[in-house]
Design a protein. Structure first.
Length: 500
């Protein structure tokens, strides 16, 4: 009879039954292995979404909560104009950006059809200093004549060398290596000599201005003042004599070579990464992150629907948004670290209208749709015609005139009316888009305290989509190692090193 069987045998049968079918809400811990953690991620830009994606692969079953007070995507955004969407944020990706390329396959996305290259014009102090004519071979000959073949080749080699070194980091991150600081990660990119000695080439680039570095390589002054300035001013709003050479080289890579964008908008990558991570997204602003008495961290936040502050507990926390005083609303952290520096204001104005050449500095009708302004005192940075994110060259043969104007401050309606006629719509995005770079930027720790991480530190090396994904992968490696093995790293701050 059943009731006569030993109690231990009955319990074994019942336990085997429950283990076989599985019970919701009950996790079985394998001996020596922790259960998956609860992780909070602050920020749903490309860095935060990618951190969630990588953690979901490294720590199966991880419970992710992403906090975002704005729109999903952060500085990746699109703007609708007459039923079509146009990139208003980060708009180009380089073919050497391996993680962004891999997202295409992971997400089932495609590269946007690229329109034909259009000629450009360089303006300085109200004068046209160089203009392409629209004939590729002839324009190349003219550029060689103006800038010198040796200077152009040296510039190309400088960028190619950076991209080669850039690629050194992927195998290390893929194998689970977690670099404790931005400086250490840059050293991981740096080349190794034949004798096996590691250089500090990439870090050294952050301690010299781009202008000084290029002059030391023998580049022509006019080339630096014109083409190099286009890259730094359009991509980072700064002149070559102000920002460091590493971010300058990243900017130079972003104006030439095999460049592309995601069909439908680059922000689709962010949404895909969030979907793959299975994270819960909370629309709210994080106010503080403090240590919990029982271990882990308490995250204090408010939601748009209520002014009341909510507190939740997490095992690990990743801050994937800038913590500089001009960008962050987080007033409470476990340590008294300083986050030096500030972000640079850029204004993107998308105008549906017809360009008035004289309104942007032309004195005749020899105009182009792509224009760059070289003077640091000019509030205009660039004016360029856009194509929609779903551009189809076979169908889009008669697109409306839509321009994106980058400027250092918002443009008044009077200023816009001198630049454009037949204005149908104006959409303005005014944001602190990227750091104001110097040669003394903070390249310290990704870890703020054990189990608390900061991905956006990597932006002080260079603010770019791929750099943010690299920072995310690195922090995911650090967090997974800490959770599974209990290993943390020394925290390097702007003021020195904290031993843990």
């Amino acid at each position: 009879h059943f009731y006569k069987r030993p109690l231990w045998l009955i319990m074994m049968v019942i336990m085997f039954f429950f283990l076989s079918i599985g019970l919701p809400g009950i996790s079985i811990c394998v001996e020596g292995k922790k259960p998956p953690p609860r992780v909070a991620i602050v920020g749903a830009g490309i860095g935060g979404a990618s951190t969630g994606y990588f953690l979901s692969r490294l720590l199966p079953g991880v419970e992710l909560t992403v906090f975002e007070m704005g729109k999903i995507g952060g500085r990746l955004a699109t703007q609708e104009v007459e039923g079509r969407r146009y990139e208003s944020g980060g708009s180009i990706i380089h073919s050497a950006n391996r993680y962004m390329v891999e997202y295409l396959d992971l997400c089932g996305l495609k590269k946007k059809e690229a329109p034909q290259d259009e000629p450009f014009t360089l303006h300085r102090d109200g004068k046209v200093v160089f203009q392409e004519w629209g004939f590729s071979m002839l324009d190349k000959v003219r550029m060689v004549w103006r800038y010198g073949i040796r200077s152009l080749m040296k510039l190309e080699n400088f960028v190619a060398n950076l991209l080669t070194n850039f690629g050194n980091i992927y195998s290390q991150l893929d194998s689970g290596v977690g670099f404790s600081s931005v400086e250490e990660l840059l050293n991981g990119m740096s080349p190794v000599s034949r004798k096996g000695k590691k250089s500090q080439e990439m870090v050294d680039l952050t301690r010299i201005t781009l202008k000084d570095k290029l002059e030391s390589l023998g580049l022509d002054k006019v080339l630096i003042e014109e083409l190099v300035t286009v890259a730094t001013r359009v991509n980072y709003g700064q002149m070559p004599d102000k920002l460091h050479a590493f971010v300058g080289a990243v900017g130079l890579a972003g104006v030439d070579g095999d460049l592309w964008a995601v069909e439908g908008g680059n922000v689709r990558v962010v949404q895909c990464a969030l979907d793959m991570s299975k994270a819960k997204v909370v629309k709210g602003e994080v106010k503080g992150v403090t240590r919990a008495a029982a271990g882990g961290y308490q995250v204090k936040y408010s939601t748009g629907s209520s002014e009341l502050e909510v507190v939740e507990q997490f095992d690990l926390v990743v801050i994937a948004s800038p913590l500089t005083s001009d960008k962050s609303g987080i007033s409470d952290l476990p340590s008294s670290q300083v986050f030096p520096g500030s972000y640079h204001t850029t204004v993107a104005t998308i105008v549906r209208g017809e360009l008035i050449p004289q309104g942007i500095g032309y004195r005749d009708n020899s105009t182009t749709n792509t224009n760059f302004f070289l003077s640091p005192t000019n509030h205009l940075v660039s004016v360029a015609k856009l194509t929609p994110v779903d551009y189809n060259p076979a169908k889009d043969t008669n697109l409306p005139s839509v321009f994106k104007v980058f400027s250092t401050r918002p443009l008044s309606s009077t200023e816009l009316s001198t630049m454009f006629s037949n204005i149908h719509s104006v959409n303005v995005t005014d944001w602190l888009a990227y750091p104001s770079y110097t040669i003394m930027d903070d390249l310290s720790s990704f870890q703020l305290s054990p189990g608390l991480y900061y991905t956006s530190r990597i932006e002080w090396a260079a603010s770019a989509m791929e750099m943010s994904v690299m920072g995310a992968k690195n922090v995911a490696n650090l967090a997974a190692t800490y959770w599974e093995e209990g290993k943390s790293h020394n925290i390097e701050t702007a003021g020195g090193k904290i031993e843990l």
